[in-house]
Design a binder for this molecule. Structure first.
Ligand code: NAP
Length: 291
């Protein structure tokens, strides 16, 4: 590092757990870029100053995570169309003081599926959960020409808001969006039976115990269905174990983590992330943390 080193950062609260410094510093080294990526635990009261600090200190860019993905928008100059659709950003690029926000989470998941040669065009998919990650995937589905998306959500205080948002999305694309009430087992089963890909975007399974769907629904999984769990810690969730026992191909969320990072890296630098090198290091680091 020297006087010309460009800084990049991860802003969240808490931030110490982040795997992004590992991913991006490896990628800077691989591409011979004089840059450095650090994690910053930013308290909510300091967030506005932290974003303005990106301009003041001429950062190249940043990633954002909880709780700042939505509230960052008011401090930015511009949003990419996909960030506008979900009104949230996970990536900021600093173009000479103009901060541009993007959302790479949804495209990260679909790029991972494409890399695994999973057919997306004209397919029906089921997404469990419409939280931050779920909404990014739901909105991105249209960019990958998915025919129909079943969005499964608990009937709580955000249900009608998500219903209205899905109607808005449907009006902008040819992708069909159907909201499924998590309390309606028959509707969950009907959605599962029509879906080629089942994606867990809830946090059920992070404790290595919970399944994101009742067994009476899951027992209808067929080997030709692909199962994706966004969780990568643990590397194999109970949902993935169950899907594998049913003969389904499946994967954890490492690929999404990698590709959302690779898309952010390219948005900042115009260069490619060395995917396989980063994947190997990520898995080693997650295994080390699991011990
Ligand atoms: P979030 O905003 O808190 O959303 C959590 C979602 O889980 C909500 O939709 C919530 O449903 C649902 N949920 C919680 N308990 C449930 C239950 N018992 N039954 C059904 N649904 C339930 O979290 P997030 O940021 O979207 O993250 C979700 C998961 O994705 C986490 O496990 C996270 O680690 C993972 N993730 C992975 C990546 C990656 O790169 N691989 C990136 C981001 C997140 P309601 O809306 O109905 O309350």
């Amino acid at each position: 590092m020297n006087g010309e080193t460009r800084l990049y950062g991860f802003l969240a609260h808490p931030a110490q757990h982040s795997l992004s410094p590992l991913m991006h510093n490896l990628s800077f080294q691989f591409n011979h870029l004089n840059a450095c990526y650090l994690a910053f635990d930013v308290l909510p009261a300091d967030f506005a100053n932290a974003v303005n600090g990106l301009r003041a200190l001429n950062f190249g860019g940043a990633n954002l995570s909880l709780p700042y993905k939505q509230q960052a928008i008011k401090y930015l100059n511009e949003l990419t169309p996909r960030a506008q659709k979900i009104a949230a950003v996970n990536t900021i690029r600093n173009d000479n003081g103009r901060l541009i926000g993007d959302s790479t989470d949804g495209a990260g998941l679909f790029t991972d599926l494409q890399e695994q040669k999973i057919l997306l065009t004209a397919q029906t998919i089921m997404i469990l959960g419409a939280g931050g990650a779920g909404r990014a995937i739901i909105a991105a589905a249209a960019d990958y020409h998915i025919k129909r998306v079943y969005v499964c959500k608990r009937p709580n205080q955000t249900y009608t808001k998500i219903a209205a948002w899905l109607q808005q999305l449907a009006a902008q694309t040819t992708t069909e969006y159907c909201l499924v009430n998590y309390a309606d087992t028959a509707a969950l089963l009907a959605a599962l039976q029509k879906s080629a890909i089942v994606i867990n975007a809830t946090d059920q399974g992070m404790d290595a115990q919970q399944l994101p769907l009742p067994l009476e629904v899951l027992q209808h999984l067929k080997p030709q269905q692909f199962v994706y769990d966004l969780i990568y810690h643990p590397l194999v969730t109970p949902f993935l174990k169950y899907a594998q026992q049913r003969g389904c191909n499946s994967c954890n969320g490492i690929g999404m983590l990698l590709w959302q990072g690779a898309l952010a890296f390219e948005f900042w630098t115009g260069k490619k992330m060395p995917i396989e090198i980063v994947r190997k290091n990520l898995v080693t680091e997650i295994r080390r943390r699991t011990k």
